[in-house]
Design a protein around this ligand. Structure first.
Ligand code: ME8
Length: 665
């Protein structure tokens, strides 16, 4: 009988459905996926859960705005989230929706247990409520803004069911003391301990002012407070009331951002204690990815989206950057520039280059078969020692969630083998028996280092390491390989190399950033026709899915004439046209639209010579809000057809003479 594997259950937050995933949500989900893969490679039976948090007043309002019932709105949004995760290769083992019947049952069951155990009572509550964070703001006065999001609070009085949170001050503090690893990192643990030491107020856990929520059985119109509802999703995902059958509860790890640590380390364990259910083992709160030093939010318009990055550089590049750039737990700034720099230096020139040059030399000198090493010299042994030591260090770093350090250690070995190759110069060795033997040793050693770094990097770079694995002629599944069995020296001579594949093609930084920004612009403004400035995405990953679903929530397929008439299009005549330095796809035009001459940027530089455009009559969308493209203001948009698989722009025009300024209807 094979030994039963130890279980490991980890979760991401379940995300709100009133927006679509940005890089912050992607970050938490990537970390969960990395840790899941890592734990599987350490022999655990792992389950990872993510999902969508679908109740509350924000959803009520968003559905109203979209003109659809809440159930339809959340179904579309949940689909959009799910398909984006699928597209990014981040499919969780369980995707829980808070509108799932199983979840509804679990929330009602948890409430029943808390009530039966004497921790729930009825009362009235008046307070300042933040509808954006779905929380009463403690100690706020009317007129105060929410301390978390800075937006105005509303005064609410409700008949509520209260949860006796105050009764859990001591049990929680005892629990934190007994389980010093429960809250990570340490700084958050201190913060939460002092919060709880300051005293806990009872918490209202039902609402009567909200319609769109899980009903409290027999107590309508009470619905559950969104956090009582949402946190329970972790339990409903693995069996709910029947959790014992599945054997996954309690969770081993809740991964969250620092914004929601209190809910996870104070409320959630208190609810579970009240229900006498097992408590999660650890909550890890990471920092924020910031844009221009502030937290990203769609309302501020400073969000970074994952899809344009993935379309340009691949998912592994994004995963690598997110984990390598910022120490897990701390805040970090997101910058496209840093992303592309890391891509070129660490992935293209680092791992990619090592794989392709090693394979090419084995191909050329040993007919594509891993050579048999001969006598080891001191420098070979030194490299072997370093790689062997890195195995232990990397595993330890992963285990402690020190991802940046784990990657640093792997890339230090890559740097060493690069240096080794430069010193040993296998390409300069001749064909005498002694030199051939030396060549075999050097190339086997390099390939063995490549095999080891490939395995160690697999949790972070699953797609590209699979390619390197196949290149090394390995036929077993890399993800199923037990990292605990990894040792120096296991690469079998005689193995035939697989086909070489492109791993991380080098990119031009300015061009790559421009393309990512342009794709992001289009995705963020789906109802606004893309300017002819848009450059088509290279088709490396399927696109559309989630964006289309989101767009269809915001914009029904057909529009009335009144909507069409909101778009003002006029005949314009191009007066000047010039290229823009640093933006090889854009032209800066001045266009006479009858009433004035406008400056407009158009992404047609690769298809039209500037001089050929002077005097040409074109169609201009004149009432678009001005925006900057590559730093140049664009006040309007030139209409073009997008033709062929590469989306070549063809300017719309007229076969008859038309007056400049005439409106299109
Ligand atoms: O809070 N940087 O959902 P949410 C890093 N539904 N991580 C970020 C981030 C950023 N700029 N922005 C978001 C909710 N995140 C609740 C959770 S759980 C029972 C209910 C990540 O859609 C981070 O993990 O607002 C944060 O905690 C989470 O997204 C918030 O997602």
């Amino acid at each position: 009988m094979p030994e039963k594997k130890e279980k490991f259950y980890l979760t991401t937050p379940i995300y709100y459905t009133n927006g679509l995933p940005h890089i912050g949500h992607t970050y938490t989900t990537v970390v969960a996926d990395v840790f899941r893969r890592y734990k599987r490679m350490r022999g655990y039976d792992v389950v990872m859960t993510t999902g969508t948090d679908e109740h509350g007043v924000n959803v009520e309002r968003a559905a109203q705005k979209a003109g659809v019932p809440e159930s339809e709105y959340v179904a579309r949004m949940a689909d959009a989230w799910r398909s984006l995760w699928d597209e990014l290769g981040l499919t969780a083992d369980e995707f829980v929706r808070t509108t799932d019947l199983q979840h509804v049952r679990t929330v009602q069951w948890l409430f029943k247990l808390c009530r039966e155990n004497g921790f729930v009572y009825k009362g009235h509550y008046t307070g300042q409520y933040c509808i954006y964070d779905n929380a009463f703001v403690n100690d706020a006065k009317p007129g105060d803004n929410c301390p978390d999001c800075g937006r105005p609070t509303e005064t609410l009085t409700e008949e509520n069911y209260f949860f006796k949170l105050s009764a859990f001050q001591k049990p929680l503090l005892d629990f934190y003391k007994k389980n010093p690893d429960f809250i990570q990192p340490e700084s958050r643990r201190n913060e939460i301990m002092s919060f709880v030491e300051g005293g806990l107020k009872d918490l209202s856990i039902t609402r009567t002012t909200i319609r769109w929520g899980i009903p409290v059985p027999g107590e309508e119109p009470h619905v559950f407070y969104v956090w009582f509802d949402a946190l329970t999703a972790y339990l409903s995902a693995v069996g709910g009331p029947d959790y014992e059958k599945r054997g996954m509860w309690p969770a081993d790890l809740h991964l969250v951002g620092k914004d929601i640590i209190r809910f996870h380390t104070v409320y959630w364990p208190a609810f579970l204690m009240a229900a006498m259910l097992p408590l999660p083992k650890q909550v890890w709160a990471h920092g924020w990815f910031l844009m221009d030093a502030t937290k990203m939010s769609k309302s501020k318009g400073n969000v970074v989206l994952p899809r344009p990055i993935v379309n340009m550089l691949g998912m592994d590049a994004l995963r690598y950057f997110l984990l390598r750039e910022v120490v897990f737990g701390q805040d970090g700034n997101f910058s496209y520039d840093a992303l592309v720099t890391r891509y070129n230096s660490d992935l293209a020139n680092g791992l990619g280059n090592l794989a392709s040059r090693t394979a090419a030399m084995i191909e050329k000198n040993f007919a594509g078969k891993i050579p048999k090493p001969a006598e080891h010299k001191q420098q070979d042994a030194a490299l072997a020692k370093e790689a062997q030591a890195a195995i232990g260090e990397v595993l330890e770093r992963y285990e402690k969630m020190e991802f940046a350090r784990a990657l640093e250690a792997i890339w230090a070995v890559i740097a060493s083998v690069d240096k080794y190759l430069t010193t040993e110069q296998p390409w300069a060795l001749g064909d005498s028996e002694a030199e051939k033997q030396r060549k075999a040793t050097v190339l086997w050693t390099s390939a063995e280092v490549l095999r080891i770094v490939t395995m160690l990097a697999h949790p972070v770079l699953p797609q590209s390491t699979d390619k390197v694995w196949a290149l090394l002629g390995q036929t077993t599944s890399l993800g199923a390989f037990a990292l605990d069995g990894l040792r120096w020296g296991q690469l079998a001579p005689g193995t035939s190399l697989g086909k070489s594949q492109s791993l991380f093609p080098r990119v031009d930084k300015v061009e790559a950033v421009e393309r990512i920004e342009s794709m992001a612009n289009e995705e963020l403004n789906p109802t606004q026709p893309a300017p002819a400035a848009a450059t088509p995405a290279p088709a490396t990953t399927p696109t559309a899915g989630a964006a289309a679903a989101a767009a269809s929530v915001a914009a029904p397929e057909r529009i009335g004439i009144e909507d069409f008439s909101k778009v003002e299009m006029r005949v314009g005549q191009i007066k000047t046209a010039e290229r823009i330095v640093g933006a090889d796809k854009l032209l800066k035009l001045t266009v006479d639209i009858g009433s004035e001459v406008r400056q407009i940027c158009a992404g047609i530089a690769q298809f039209y010579e500037p001089e050929s455009l002077i005097g040409r009559k074109v169609v201009v969308v004149t009432n678009l809000a001005p925006r900057k493209l590559r730093g140049v203001e664009s006040n309007g948009m030139i209409v073009a057809a997008s033709v062929g698989p590469d989306g070549r722009p063809v300017l719309a025009g007229f076969h008859e003479d038309v007056e400049v300024g005439a409106r299109l209807k």
